[in-house]
Design a protein. Structure first.
Length: 95
């Protein structure tokens, strides 16, 4: 009997925003930190920061890589990995 095995070799990630009030994401590896104004997460495509206000987790499933957030979304930014001291994640965490 033949077995079919699928292996995903490329990074993936989808972001869906509904009326700036709900964000659904795939490709989530780890939710690093969150509060009502900012979510910081590691995704398959890099570190992502979502800023807004009244932000809350609706659903988090790191096994499937899913995250849903509700609240007013003002910005989504991927951190590009520059070693610039002012913009590094480590520098921001220890300010």
């Amino acid at each position: 009997m033949d077995k079919l095995i699928e292996v995903q070799t490329e990074a993936y990630g989808d972001i869906k925003i509904s009326d700036r009030k709900k964000v659904s994401l795939t490709g989530i590896k780890k939710l690093i930190s969150f509060n009502p104004e900012e979510f910081l997460m590691e995704t398959t495509l890099g570190v992502l920061v979502i800023k807004g206000y009244g932000l809350e987790v609706i659903k988090l499933d790191t096994t499937e890589g899913l995250l849903a957030i509700k609240g007013k979304v003002n910005s989504l930014t991927y951190m590009d990995g520059n070693k610039n001291k002012d913009t590094s994640i480590i520098a921001k965490l220890f300010k």
